[in-house]
Design a protein around this ligand. Structure first.
Ligand code: PLP
Length: 406
């Protein structure tokens, strides 16, 4: 190789890079912040808000932070599996103590539910080239890009009936008749984002039957445990499901139910057939964690560990979570009773709901009423308050459509 070749001028690498598509929700935050009108309503951003519109640090978290400050003696590395005690205590909350001790269940701490999903998707992509993952629409905006970025082929399937604003379970099962053995099925564990759907126990059992009879691999994403019907209630369906399927991956976020968002707290479990298989899967999960983030951030998981291992802190957290859940449930009942087209919202669960509303109406609500929501009509119910909800209901009434058949 000649020197002149090595030194040959190249076009600057960055010059060829195009801008990524702007994030619509981040753009909405900017528009809302710049709006000078008083009484503006933000139901766009997906964080819990209290009656005053704040997203406070939970008292249990503050108390755990004090404890951590006093007690922590080292910040040395923990390892790619993160805080093992955190994952164990959290498994009890999610799976129940009996199930959590199953020899084939293995888990590791991850940076948020997003980190859990990313490692899960990479493991699945590695396990079988060309696997497809079935995703019901609509879904959390990051699901499809994340799964595709990990190398999985995404197939969209029917899930929600926009005319009835409710789950189309029969349509979902019919669409999944095209799934091939070995395909992956993404399921939301409870409080679906953005529709608020939680499967009934019977539906979970039917889904388990489908996965077994068609050899589909379940990937469960659970990011809102405790914000629907209660901590145990929100997990029972998924536990029933797991009793019937031989294998699954379960991605979990503590960022909503502990209010830890920016601390990035989550976990990933593999439900495997035996201790021996679990050990091998766990070694691969740790290897994937190692090449992604090496080790997960400690602070938030340490707080969750302290809260779950101390009776008083645990009771404080559970009552704060229950207060969040009840506030959301009351707002749902209020919304549901304000118009027949919104009635399903009262039955649906968790922070999010889909309004039967067209994108033009979303823009008009922003311009004329200072109401900010995602263009597909998704609202964060917790963005409302007893003082704003009537104005919100009055403003949206004339824009409610007959729904979209998506
Ligand atoms: C369904 C769903 N899964 C996963 C996540 C990611 O959670 P985290 O913020 O912990 O990464 C979210 C966040 O909004 C979500 O709605």
């Amino acid at each position: 190789m000649s020197v002149s070749h090595v030194l040959a001028p190249h076009a600057p690498l960055f010059a060829g890079i195009e801008s990524a598509a702007p994030d619509a929700l981040l753009a909405l935050i900017g528009l809302h912040a710049a709006d000078p009108r008083s009484g503006k309503i933000d139901v766009g951003v997906g964080v819990y808000r209290d009656e005053a519109g704040a997203t406070p640090v939970l008292a249990a978290v503050k108390a755990a932070e004090h404890q951590l400050l006093e007690q922590q003696t080292s910040k040395s590395y923990l390892g790619p599996e993160g805080d093992v005690q955190f994952t164990r205590l959290l498994a009890d909350i999610l799976f129940g103590t009996e199930f959590a001790r199953a020899p084939g269940l293995v888990g590791l701490q991850t940076p948020g539910g997003t980190g859990a999903l990313r490692v899960a998707a990479e493991l699945l992509a590695q396990a079988g080239a060309g696997r497809q993952v079935w995703v019901g629409l609509p879904t959390w905006a990051n699901h499809i890009p994340l799964l595709a970025a990990a190398g999985l082929r995404v197939r969209e399937h029917r899930f929600f009936d926009g005319i009835r604003s409710d789950l189309d379970f029969d349509g979902m099962i019919a669409a999944l008749s095209e799934a091939q053995a070995g395909d992956i099925l993404l399921l939301h564990g409870c409080c679906h984002n953005p529709t608020g759907i939680s499967f009934s126990h019977d539906q979970w059992k039917q889904l388990a039957g489908l996965c077994v009879s068609r050899s589909l691999f379940p990937l469960i994403d659970i990011a809102y445990q405790g914000l629907g019907d209660g901590l145990r209630e929100d997990a029972v369906g998924m536990r029933l499901f797991l009793e019937h399927v031989p294998e699954a991956l379960i991605a979990y976020s503590c960022d909503k139910n502990f209010g830890l968002y920016r601390e990035r707290v989550g976990a990933l479990w593999a439900w495997t057939r035996s201790r021996e298989v679990g050990g091998r899967v766990m070694s691969q999960l740790c290897a994937l964690a190692r090449v992604n983030w090496s080790m997960p951030p400690d602070h938030g998981a340490a707080l969750v560990r302290l809260i779950l291992s101390d009776d008083a802190l645990r009771a404080s957290w559970m009552s704060e979570l229950e207060a969040m859940r009840q506030r959301i449930a009351a707002l749902r009942v209020h919304l549901g009773s304000s118009h027949p087209k919104l009635a399903p919202i009262a039955r649906q669960k968790g922070m999010f709901a889909m309004l039967p509303i067209l994108p033009d109406a979303v823009a008009a609500l922003r311009q004329e009423h200072a109401i900010y929501m995602a263009s597909n009509g998704r609202i964060n119910v917790a963005g409302l308050s007893e003082s704003s909800i009537d104005r919100f209901c009055d403003a949206i009434r004339s824009y409610l459509s007959d729904g979209q058949s998506a």
